[in-house]
Design a binder for this molecule. Structure first.
Ligand code: SF4
Length: 423
């Protein structure tokens, strides 16, 4: 990452990291977890010459609080976590969203994991943002990942609010060409915390006074969102409207191109607050609307509420209509099938005539995940089992999140429950 290079092939996570460095961030703190880990690794590696503070914290809550303290002290700060990591940081997350006061921009990237590639659930971070009244943005490509992070710092400082950027596994781990900028040189990374108990002490009285201010601010941001450059209308000739965001947008583009159709596509970059005014305007112009999003029906439920409230004559298709599958990530084939159902036309399936996944699986050796050969957890499990044998007992062995969950597999069979990190 040098000054002379202007274009690089970056993963989404590397692009997020590059955005953090180009934004001149002072403090970055995170806790690892797939699919978000490489963001902090890249920041730490390339940020060491910038004088910024970068750390792995002992969990996501501490990482969040380190970044929050820096932001309240006027420093640009960053944190990253996987989606379930936000559960660990949920307590300060809700309070920080309510109290705001971000003097230095505070941006967090939360990487969701649709299809459970390496996670115990596929919870949707946008639902958190909605519940906490937090700004949430969704990039579709590595280029947008970089650009959106830089923009999010200005956005955060303008509104004195934290900005959540929602990634997903496919964006975090796929690569694309990214035009990069310069990493600024900074004289100082020193902040100053100016005492203001009414703003920073979350007593009920302060919270009660702050909530209406937050709601009014979110209304203002929503007005702004209706015209934002991140919410883009791609006008088509067909009567169908497709509302989408994140990597789902790319699947929609692939599907409509292969099918030779031309719907209007509304690509939403600011998911919360949703650009309601623009959506209402588009719904009034179209008789049918497909909502393509991963994972929860986040837009779908809100759009249906808008349709009912405003008496708009439009048919909405999404997960509730079983046009989009109710779980797992999307792909161009799923979108092609969904569009076929909505348009009531048969289109040739992508990959017709190619071997099915089941046929491919038959040819492949089975490679279940396992602990590395020299993993120290193996000897721990072995010692526990040996002690149990010696005492002739059958202990219940609660496990934990991480590689050691694999201790549940034969021949160790040494994990009976796994719920969450630390449980
Ligand atoms: S904890 Fe064990 S299984 Fe996981 S990476 Fe380390 S050595 Fe491998």
């Amino acid at each position: 990452m040098t000054k002379q290079v202007t274009k690089m092939l970056l993963s989404g996570n590397e692009a997020f990291a590059r955005g953090v460095l180009e934004a001149g961030v002072d403090v970055a703190a995170a806790y690892p977890g797939t699919p978000s880990t490489e963001i902090m690794e890249t920041i730490a590696h390339f940020g060491k010459d910038t004088g910024m503070h970068a750390e792995w914290s002992i969990n996501e809550k501490i990482a969040f609080e380190v970044a929050l303290g820096a932001s309240w002290s006027g420093l640009r700060s960053f944190t990253a976590a996987k989606h379930v990591g936000l559960n660990v940081a949920a307590d300060p997350f809700f309070t920080a969203a309510l109290f705001g006061g971000m003097k230095g921009g505070f941006v967090m990237v939360i990487a969701d994991d649709p299809s459970f590639h390496s996670s115990q659930n596929e919870q949707d971070t946008r639902m958190y943002a909605l519940a906490a009244h937090a700004i949430c943005m969704e990039p579709s490509t590595p280029q947008e990942a970089l650009d959106m992070v830089k923009y999010a710092y200005e956005f955060s400082e303008k509104w004195e609010s934290m900005v959540v950027i929602r990634s997903t596994t496919r964006l975090s781990h796929s690569r694309g060409p990214v035009t990069i900028g310069e990493i600024p040189k900074k004289e100082t990374h020193k902040g100053e915390f100016i005492k203001n108990p009414a703003k920073f002490v979350c007593l009920p009285g302060n919270a009660r006074r702050t909530k209406p201010l937050l709601l009014a601010k979110m209304d203002e941001i929503q007005e702004y969102s209706n015209k934002s450059q991140w919410n883009v209308v791609e006008k088509g000739k067909d009567p169908l409207l497709v509302i989408t965001s994140g990597v789902s947008y790319l699947y929609v583009k692939d599907a409509v191109q292969e099918m030779g159709i031309d719907p209007t596509i509304y690509k939403i970059g600011i998911s919360n607050p949703m650009p309601e005014g623009k959506i209402i305007e588009l719904l009034k112009e179209h008789p049918e609307c497909l909502i393509a999003e991963e994972v929860e029906p986040y837009f779908e439920l809100q759009v249906k509420a808008l349709v009912a409230e405003n008496g708009i004559n439009v048919k909405i298709y999404g997960r509730k209509e079983k046009v989009i599958p109710i779980s797992n990530e999307l792909n161009p084939l799923i979108l092609k099938e969904a569009l076929s159902k909505v348009l009531k036309k048969k289109f040739e399936a992508v990959g017709e005539g190619l071997p099915t996944q089941a046929e491919i699986n038959e040819q492949l050796p089975n490679r279940p995940p396992e602990l590395c050969a020299g993993c120290p957890h193996r000897s721990t499990f072995y010692a526990i089992k040996k002690a149990a044998r010696k005492r002739q007992i059958k202990p219940i062995m609660p496990g934990d999140i991480g590689c050691y969950t694999l201790g549940f597999m034969a021949p160790l069979n040494a994990v009976d429950t796994t719920v969450a990190m630390g449980a």
